[in-house]
Design a binder for this molecule. Structure first.
Ligand SMILES: *[C@@H]1O[C@H](CO)[C@@H](O)[C@H](O)[C@H]1NC(C)=O
Ligand SMILES: *[C@@H]1O[C@H](CO)[C@@H](O)[C@H](O)[C@H]1NC(C)=O
Ligand SMILES: *[C@@H]1O[C@H](CO)[C@@H](O)[C@H](O)[C@H]1NC(C)=O
Ligand SMILES: *[C@@H]1O[C@H](CO)[C@@H](O)[C@H](O)[C@H]1NC(C)=O
Length: 387
């Protein structure tokens, strides 16, 4: 009896403790969820009801001398003649870091192969990698792979073979991505201003180059200006939680909402926009280290707003299917599978199986099944199924 009683008491105690634990977890999460909801409501109200982004422009405007500190870095690797005497359709900057040589090689031999683009697609696209400098750690021995001197030598070697690295002497880090963005616009202004389009992309992205090229040729033939396309974020709130990678302190950005911007994974602007962005960077405080948001601030200052293209991805990955390959522009988060994806996505079979009335009907059904799931899937939006 007594033992049993004790056991029951113990059991209840464990139950009580578990309940408390669960409750506290729920409360902590609820608070976060709550914060998130509140932030989004504030942000949306700001974006759609108040929308005084002109204040942002004014308060982030600084003198040219002050702004120069964000762009006065020296080139460690450069190719001033990269674009000369050529009719360049697209200047494509890939944001990469010194370590990621495998990703660069994968890009060079798949969607970023300039020779393939020239021979097969018949246009000139310049693919250039943007990097910062390697940190030299004093405590590391000289022969270590990461030691600044030896590692920079490897980059110089790589650049000798491929001739496509553009590097400045700011530290290559997540919080210096805005400096890397500025590097790209300044390089275009100084070295490749006649390119018809500018694109910036992550080094873990897949770009369906044939689709992108034919799309841009079409846009170009219509003489469209003020062009900025990608996956658009509207009314995104700044993240105030210190644990987040995207944490932005109030002193750095004091409003409830960011101006509209396109996901940094990959977006395209026309050369007129690129040139005006370049000029905006000459008088804006670039200490906000989230590069795609900073792009939004620059664009807001010059009065350009982004357009959504459903087949540009943000964080999301495209489903693997010929009906998707037929229309996709970019897909994010590809490293190991990039060779296979390149082969299958550009196979002539794709066009064959998706054309004709039957092909199109079939593809609409497939895309609805893939993209319009009721549960949240991080990929292209449902409306992409009907294009
Ligand atoms: C790029 O494509 C060309 C021809 O299409 C091919 O000969 C070359 O090997 C490719 N380059 C790389 C790095 O794979
Ligand atoms: C950015 O680069 C500058 C120049 O190299 C460096 O002083 C600074 O520490 C870097 N910032 C971060 C956050 O890495
Ligand atoms: C730029 O903004 C930062 C805050 O993000 C601030 O500390 C700095 O003083 C500003 N720079 C200028 C020149 O106003
Ligand atoms: C942004 O501010 C600058 C300098 O104050 C001004 O020249 C420019 O016209 C402003 N842009 C917009 C869209 O308000």
């Amino acid at each position: 009896m007594f033992v049993n009683f004790r056991r029951i008491r113990k059991c209840q105690c464990v139950q009580l403790m578990t309940t408390c634990l669960v409750l506290s977890v729920v409360m902590v999460c609820w608070e976060q969820l709550d914060n998130n909801v509140v932030n989004h409501v504030k942000s949306y109200s700001y974006r759609y009801l108040v929308n005084r982004f002109t204040y942002i422009n004014k308060s982030l405007t600084i003198s040219r001398e002050q702004a120069r500190s964000f762009s006065s870095f020296h080139y460690l690797l450069d190719h001033p003649e990269k674009c000369s005497n050529e009719d360049v359709l697209l200047l494509l900057f890939v944001k990469t870091s010194p370590d990621n040589i495998e990703r660069r090689n994968a890009i060079r031999s798949t969607w970023g192969n300039e020779t393939y683009i020239k021979n097969v697609l018949g246009v000139t696209v310049k693919v250039v990698f943007a990097l910062g400098a390697i940190q030299t750690k004093k405590e590391e021995p000289l022969w270590s792979k990461r030691s600044g001197v030896g590692f920079q030598d490897q980059l110089i070697q790589e650049d000798r073979v491929y001739g496509d690295l553009v590097q400045q002497d700011f530290l290559d880090s997540f919080h210096n991505l805005t400096l890397k963005l500025i590097l790209q616009f300044h390089w275009m202004h100084n070295r490749c201003a006649h390119a018809r389009f500018f694109m910036t992309a992550d080094d873990d992205i897949f770009i369906h180059m044939p689709n992108l090229v034919s799309y841009l040729q079409d846009v170009s033939s219509k003489g469209i200006t003020d062009f900025w396309i990608g996956r658009v974020h509207r009314g995104a709130p700044p993240i105030r939680s210190k644990d987040s990678k995207y944490y932005v302190p109030f002193e750095m950005y004091q409003w409830f909402s960011y101006p509209d911007y396109t996901a940094g994974a990959g977006y395209v602007v026309s050369s007129d926009v690129a040139d005006r962005i370049y000029h905006a960077t000459l008088t804006l405080n670039a200490s906000l280290y989230i590069d795609d948001v900073f792009m939004g601030i620059c664009a807001n200052a010059i009065g350009v707003s982004p357009q959504e293209h459903v087949y540009f991805s943000g964080e999301g990955k495209a489903p693997y299917h010929p009906c998707i390959y037929n229309q996709m522009m970019t897909s994010h988060g590809h490293v190991e599978d990039i060779y296979d994806l390149w082969k299958t996505a550009t196979h002539p079979q794709v066009k064959q199986s998706t054309s004709g009335l039957m092909g199109r009907l079939y593809c609409t059904a497939v895309k609805m099944a893939l993209l319009c799931k009721p549960s949240y899937t991080n990929t292209y939006p449902c409306k992409a199924a009907f294009l």
